[in-house]
Design a protein around this ligand. Structure first.
Ligand code: ZN
Length: 199
């Protein structure tokens, strides 16, 4: 049984590969359709009906006590251009990883235990807790800066705050350790031609 499902955005461009459980869940929740080899789309109920009639399916079937459902090879999102939760969540772990465990003030790399999250504009001055105002900082830079703005503390950010970007191209071509399946190829080819070029 193959566990990976290709995810297309609503324009039918491949954007990600996901586990079949998540794929079926998205279809069940009406966030996505199943896409077949002829580009036909199915909602959960239609796909369930079709699955009942299928004798075989290359990705296999899931059996519940009352029905079986074919594991799709490709799904397309209905609304989102990305998976609903694929935005990089604002968590400590993700922030640390986003800055590769560097202190954004001195630019050096530190173990997790020696890093803090630092509000560039202090909270006491209305600084927000979001990607634009939070960076990782080592403890000594953090202490030096204190409750001041960087310029007040005579400090400069060597690494500017940024929001992690989710790159469709990288997501599928680089992050995916699995071989692309023949049935995916035509969707993936679109990426090559239609992605925004980056330097
Ligand atoms: Zn530092």
């Amino acid at each position: 049984m193959s566990s990976e499902v290709l995810v297309l955005n609503r324009n039918f461009y491949a954007i990600q590969v996901t586990h079949w459980k998540r794929a079926l869940c998205l279809v069940y929740l009406n966030h996505a359709f199943v896409v077949d080899q002829e580009y036909k789309t199915y909602d959960f109920e239609d796909w369930k009906d079709l699955s009942r009639a299928m004798m075989e399916n290359s990705a296999g079937f899931v059996y519940t006590p009352t029905f079986k459902i074919a594991i799709p090879e490709v799904i397309a999102l209905r609304v989102f251009d990305q998976l609903p939760k694929s935005e990089v969540t604002f968590t400590r772990r993700n922030i640390y990883e986003h800055y590769h465990h560097h202190c954004c003030y001195c630019g050096k790399k530190f173990p997790t235990s020696d890093l803090n999250l630092e509000h560039i504009v202090p909270r006491s001055r209305g600084g927000k807790t979001d990607w634009d105002n939070i960076v990782t900082s080592c403890i000594s830079c953090n202490l030096r800066k204190g409750d001041r703005l960087p310029q007040e503390a005579g400090m400069k950010l060597l690494i500017q705050p940024s929001k992690p970007k989710w790159h469709a191209k990288r997501a599928i071509l680089l992050r995916s350790p699995i071989p692309l399946r023949a049935s995916w190829q035509r969707f993936v080819d679109n990426i090559y031609w239609d992605s925004q070029l980056e330097e």
